[in-house]
Design a protein around this ligand. Structure first.
Ligand SMILES: Cc1ncc(COP(=O)(O)O)c(C=O)c1O
Length: 482
């Protein structure tokens, strides 16, 4: 019999190369501080260095891995560097990476319970445990009326919540017939852009998202929300949804959840809590106050892929009433019909999200929770908050600088007193050193620098160094101006 031809990697080669790749990743993490945090390539440079055609014959894996080192690494901004203080935390960890690898190795599709029961049941258990740890309402447990699901992103989570709210309001008519243009939603002017995007994608219309005024701390003003809802009702519109943000992207503002919740309850609005950036703080009892009022929420989202040592993507969404979500998103073609679904005994997560297919994301989360334990998670979250607090203290004590917003958790927004131009130049100069990467925002119309403390290996020395670089750059620029 002729030998069967195969181009697959043999198990022996997989073992060998697998070890090489793990070593590669371990070396990368160990040495990540050697690289400039913000990539220095010019647009097109990486693309120009790559082949333009697929090779006719497969290449040696060693060569492919070498190219990853030589051609890809220079084009990376090093998010796992302890000097990464930009945007928001997006941290990874050993157990998460290994859980991700295992999920890839298993290659299962968890769209239905029956397509891999463990994929669904681990996810349910992990989200129940996390709900306990975050002090979320009993209804969010799988044993209650709701439950949790892992989405790819907080953007998808808010889209699903919005669609559920839309259908709860229209009693599934919108799903069938389309939107009638009367449904409106609310968030603060500081809420994340994913809300506006979701309004467009859900067919509700971006213009039907009311951006409510904020107070001096950039948090939603409940009185303005109540007034807007009333005004919309007077116009014959249907207020259906509001989002309270716990930790805005720009400045980490905390919307007054209890007050917003009471308005939503009285007005019959679906309340979504976007805790994508800062919800992880509630793992620590002393920050559980963040969740005061969460009992009013119909849905709640936070991102382990931001600040809980779980590599992207992993965004947890809980709903208080799972039927509202699945009623809006469920669709069952013949080829997916199976006994377990028909018997109504199982959760089919395809009904809890936009895509049909789904990865075994719960595995990496399960690994993280078990490896760190409650103690480990709290330790690192507390440490980040403490370090951010120290930085805020140094800024307040320096007559040249000022805080631009309260720094309740792990993000510090600040500016050098004086012009926007000076602040822009400081930022450019410190990012140019390659040792740190910070980004900016605009608060009260003024350009501000933001320093987020949340990468897995960020320690006191890194925050101290960042502040030193900032202060030195400022001094140099002040001198050069005189
Ligand atoms: C408050 C907030 N909400 C939502 C998002 C969107 O997150 P994702 O990238 O998971 O869609 C972000 C990301 O920065 C955020 O900070």
């Amino acid at each position: 019999m002729a030998e069967q031809k195969s181009y697959h990697m043999s198990p022996e080669d997989f073992r060998r190369h697998g070890r090489e790749v793990i070593d590669w990743i371990a070396d990368y993490h160990e040495n990540v501080e050697r690289y400039p945090v913000l990539s220095r390539v010019r647009p097109g440079e990486i693309a120009d260095s790559l082949d333009t055609e697929v090779p006719a014959r497969g290449e040696a894996f060693d060569q492919i891995l070498r190219d990853a080192t030589e051609r890809i690494l220079p084009g990376l901004t090093h998010w796992q560097s302890p000097g990464f203080h930009a945007y928001f935390p997006s941290n990874a960890s050993g157990p998460a990476i290994l859980g991700e690898l295992l999920a890839a190795g298993l290659g299962v599709q968890g769209m239905l319970w029956s397509t891999s029961p463990a994929c669904t049941e681990v996810e349910m258990r992990v989200l129940d445990m996390l709900a306990d740890l975050l002090g979320l309402p009993d209804a969010y447990r799988s044993s209650g009326s709701g439950g949790g699901v892992i989405q790819d992103s907080a953007s998808s989570a808010v889209l699903c919540a919005l669609v559920a709210a839309r259908e709860r309001d229209s009693r599934l008519l919108t799903n069938r017939e389309g939107c009638d243009g009367t449904q409106v939603a609310y968030c603060s002017g500081e809420a994340h852009s994913s809300l506006e995007k979701a309004m467009g994608v859900a067919g509700l219309g971006r213009a039907k998202l009311r951006k409510i005024a904020v107070d001096g701390c950039f948090a939603l003003d409940p009185a303005s929300l109540a007034a807007e809802v009333e005004a919309d009702r007077a116009r014959g519109l249907r207020p259906i949804f509001a989002c309270a943000t716990l930790g805005t992207t720009s400045s980490n503002a905390l919307d007054p959840l209890a007050a917003v919740g009471r308005i939503c309850r009285d007005e019959g609005l679906w309340l979504h809590v976007d805790a994508a950036m800062s919800g992880a703080a509630a793992l620590c009892p002393e920050y559980r106050y963040l969740h005061d009022g969460v009992e009013h929420a119909d849905s709640y989202c936070f991102n382990p892929h931001k600040w809980m040592f779980t590599n992207f993507d992993c965004s947890c969404l809980w709903v208080a009433d799972r039927r509202a979500l699945t009623g809006a998103l469920s669709i069952l073609p013949e080829y997916l019909v199976n006994e377990a679904t028909e018997a109504g005994q199982v959760v089919d997560y395809r009904d809890w999200q936009v895509p049909l297919g789904r990865r075994f994301r719960a595995l990496k989360l399960w690994f993280v929770l078990r490896y760190y334990g409650v103690e480990g998670l709290r330790h690192h979250i507390r440490r980040h908050i403490e370090l951010a607090g120290r930085l805020a203290g140094w800024i307040e004590a320096d007559p040249h600088f000022e805080l631009a917003a309260p720094a309740p958790l792990n993000l510090v927004c600040f500016r050098h007193r004086g012009s926007d131009r000076l602040n822009e130049r400081i930022l450019k100069e410190i990012n140019g050193t390659g040792e740190v990467f910070l980004t900016h925002t605009r608060l009260d119309g003024r350009f501000c620098m933001r320093l987020s403390v949340g990468q897995a290996r960020t320690e006191a020395e890194h925050v101290e160094r960042a502040w030193q670089l900032i202060a030195q750059a400022a001094e140099r620029l002040r001198k050069s101006a005189t």
